[in-house]
Design a protein around this ligand. Structure first.
Ligand code: RNT
Ligand code: ZN
Length: 417
């Protein structure tokens, strides 16, 4: 017996004694797709311009080997995907349009600019999600897009939003799979505005205009993402929690909770069960906030475990779309994808292996001492042994996956200027 098998047999017995079926947990894990963001591979630069990253987000670091074009980005994603187990979707941003033909601006992009990605998704057997890109563009330079007081600017970005839904509609038809389209608008002010109302009215009106196209497939799932503040947008963000949660509820949209978009002592794990009382479906941007920054590589920390527990304990797997959102330019970018994605999957597996019924039972009996005692004991159950077996069943490397990324770095990434 290999060490993985021995460990697995031991874990299986430990879990069975607590009423948990490890095989069933592994099967359940394969029913939760993970939407992996393309933008970790090139520091959120995209292919449609040389504009610096804007919108109050920043990718810092200068680790060599950044993907510089679609071909390199696809190769890097393939490498990362080959080391990430289970069902996956690729989450694209509009700025990753392939503009080989006539140069088109963001208000004029269309399916033609994404045929390459669709072919790639078909070849890889993965679905696609999508995002309009309301940043890193000359028309976003004043810090406002769909909430702009300049009617030309506002209209430009409304058209961009419409094009993005048309592209998502094309993805649905080609791939026969739902496509989540997430709307995040960085609009806001560095300093306190006099008029907080007008930009919010304009944002709501613009979103209504964008979503007015009734020909779009219902399998295009629109989401709106709120934010507390960004870098250089410290005092006022138009698309705040209240504005966009209310928007999602009243318009039947998904609400997107980003783990780094709230006060550091406020957790999205606590919001999932609350939002799902009203929203049929929500989108999560699984990320890791560190002080003021919202986008560190996802670690297997307490909040990630809590997020996964909420999805599993609530039986919400069908109502929560799980996507990653982070970018780190200071480490190997392929490794960053693998680390964060594996952590998200690990957290879900750990949650699926939790003897939750026991916790629920003692809680309902009012035995809060046992709830804490058992809960703490369950944290150290041998879930890693089940994880290793899960990887082995998929034919993927366990702890030595980094060797493969290092080899890829040596052969491919280091040759990039
Ligand atoms: C920014 C938002 C947004 C972006 C990506 C690139 O704070 O979280 O989701 O990170 O769309
Ligand atoms: Zn986000």
């Amino acid at each position: 017996m290999s060490i993985t098998q021995k460990g697995f047999e031991y874990a299986k017995e430990r879990y069975a004694a607590l009423g948990v079926d490890v095989e069933k947990a592994m099967e359940e894990l394969d029913r939760i797709p993970l939407s992996i963001h393309c933008w970790q591979g090139d520091d959120v630069r995209g292919f449609d311009s040389d504009e610096a990253l804007s919108g109050g987000i920043a990718a810092t670091g200068n680790y060599p080997g950044r993907a510089r074009n679609a071909e390199e980005l696809k190769a890097d994603i393939e490498k990362a995907f080959s080391l990430i187990p289970g069902p996956k979707k690729l989450n694209l941003h509009a700025m990753y349009a392939e503009l080989s033909g006539p140069r088109v601006d963001r208000d004029a992009i269309g399916p033609d600019n994404f045929r390459g990605w669709v072919d790639w998704a078909k070849a890889q057997g993965v679905g696609l999600d999508f995002n309009p890109s309301f940043f890193s563009h000359p028309k976003a330079a004043e810090g406002f897009t769909i909430a702009s007081a300049d009617e030309n600017i506002r209209r430009f970005w409304v058209e961009h939003g419409k094009r993005c839904r048309e592209i998502a509609d094309y993805f649905v038809k080609e791939l026969n799979e739902d496509c989540v389209v997430n709307f995040w608008m960085p609009d806001g002010y560095k300093d306190t505005p006099a008029d907080l109302t007008a930009p919010r009215e304009r944002m709501v009106r613009s979103l209504d205009e964008i979503f007015s196209d009734r020909t779009i497939s219902p399998r295009v799932l629109d989401a709106v993402e709120s934010k507390l503040f960004g870098i250089g947008v410290e005092s006022y963000t138009v698309g705040s929690h209240e504005l966009l949660y209310g928007y999602a509820l009243t318009r039947g949209k998904l609400y997107c909770l980003d783990a780094g978009h709230f006060h550091p002592l406020e957790y999205i794990s606590d919001k999932i069960s609350a939002c799902l009382q009203y929203c049929p479906k929500i989108l999560l941007h699984v990320s890791r906030g560190v002080r003021w920054d919202s986008d560190h590589v996802v670690a297997l920390d307490n909040e990630l475990e809590r997020i996964a527990q909420e999805i599993v304990r609530g039986g919400y797997a069908q109502r929560v779309a799980v996507a990653l959102d982070y970018f780190d330019a200071s480490i190997n970018r392929v490794a960053a994808w693998v680390i964060g994605s594996r952590n998200a999957k690990k957290a879900l597996l750990k949650a699926l292996l939790e003897p939750y019924q026991t916790l629920k039972q003692v809680e309902s009996e009012g035995d809060l001492t046992a709830r804490l005692a058992y809960g703490e004991q369950f944290r150290t159950l041998p879930f890693a042994e089940v994880w290793n077996m899960y990887l082995e069943c998929k034919g993927l490397p366990g702890d030595d996956w980094l060797d493969e990324v290092r080899a890829y770095e040596k052969d491919i990434l280091s040759a990039r200027g």
